[in-house]
Design a protein. Structure first.
Length: 358
């Protein structure tokens, strides 16, 4: 049984427009694994600042192309490409690289036997640490090839933690801009998405009298979720009283994690625990950090960044931290409600507001 589908996306970036490339088409990582990169110089109002994009989780193409997940159907939605254009017009150079996970996914499509190669098995053993070391290699390459530029890391979703973990390893960067901040391990986000997000969106919409129970009468409606939950009532209804209470609903969702332990990557979790907690890194930081938070983000909880602002206001009092909030905007910067599980194309004014945070 699967009541609610967890959605996890990565965002990568592809070079568009009139570009000026550096001396190579790949950056050799710490183990000489080749990371294809795209470097584009600013078109005007040059700031002598290079923004390195640090992408979200999973293997996604370099465009950050969410067209197939976007409504209305057929709408082209290449999120990072569009954001790069706004950055370029505001005087920032941009560097984007294919994450190792994307490169390997392409190799596996061509040759399934690639999964026996050392670079694949090593990534499986230490996925997060490997991605952080890749980022450190990209930063080092940038400092060599752009020695006079300031360097800003723009981290999104998983890229937030990669940027923070690189900072904790004394990465030579001048600023972080973070969107989709989470202060907890991946396992917490899995629970957030599969249990609590489902409660807020699905259970709350069906529980019309707010008694923390869904009755057959409440399921006999045109609510879009009733058609999903209704046929599962007898299965989820543990005590056989003909309705689904809040604990039975959560149990139904949590059973997916019980049945499929692979949803939680334990090697990734081990890597996470080797690093300092993100909030500790933020507190100890000596460089400016800006949090850009989409308030309708239903993948990485907005309240994590809001908690950092609250703690900074009451306790840390660090002038180097700043906060920008995007109202009515989801995880990938498109305008949508919290209960929306598809993407929409970001508005130009939203992208400009993100760039203003730099």
């Amino acid at each position: 049984m699967r009541i609610f589908l967890t959605v996890s996306f990565s965002l990568l970036l592809f070079l568009v427009g009139r570009a000026t490339f550096a001396t190579s088409s790949v950056i050799p990582s710490f183990d000489n694994f080749e990371l294809p990169y795209f470097f584009e110089e600013a078109q005007k109002n040059i700031t002598d600042t290079t923004v390195i994009f640090v992408h979200g989780s999973g293997p996604t193409d370099a465009d950050g192309d969410f067209t197939n997940l976007t409504q209305p159907t057929g709408t082209e939605n290449k999120v990072y490409r569009d954001l790069a254009r706004v950055l370029r017009d505001q005087g920032y150079h941009t560097l984007r690289y294919h994450k190792r996970s994307y490169v390997i996914s392409q190799k596996l499509q061509k040759d399934p036997g690639y999964q026996t190669r050392p670079e694949f098995t090593e990534l499986q053993k230490s996925p997060l640490n490997t991605l952080v070391k890749d980022l450190m290699s990209v930063i080092a390459w940038t400092k060599i090839n752009r020695p006079n530029d300031k360097v800003i890391l723009f981290g999104h979703s998983e890229g937030v933690n990669l940027a923070l973990f690189a900072l904790s390893q004394k990465a030579p960067v001048d600023k972080l801009v973070l969107s989709g901040f989470s202060n907890e391990p991946q396992s917490f986000l899995m629970l957030e998405q599969m249990l609590f997000r489902a409660q807020r969106i699905i259970f709350s919409s069906l529980d019309t009298n707010h008694d923390f129970k869904i009755t057959q009468k409440e399921l006999n409606t045109k609510n879009k979720y009733a058609a999903v939950i209704g046929p599962q009532l007898k299965t989820i209804d543990n005590n056989g009283d003909g309705q689904i209470d809040i604990n039975e609903f959560l149990a139904g969702n949590y059973s997916n994690l019980v049945l499929n332990d692979r949803l939680l990557n334990r090697d990734y979790l081990k890597d996470e625990l080797r690093f300092k907690k993100p909030s500790v890194i933020v507190q100890e930081s000596t460089i400016p950090i800006t949090f850009v938070t989409a308030l309708n983000d239903n993948q990485t909880p907005p309240y994590h960044a809001q908690a950092i602002e609250l703690v900074n206001k009451t306790t840390w009092k660090k002038s180097s931290l700043s906060f920008t909030y995007l109202k009515g905007v989801g995880h990938s910067f498109g305008t949508r409600g919290y209960d929306t599980l598809y993407f929409t194309k970001p508005k130009t004014e939203t992208l400009k507001k993100i760039v203003n945070a730099f």
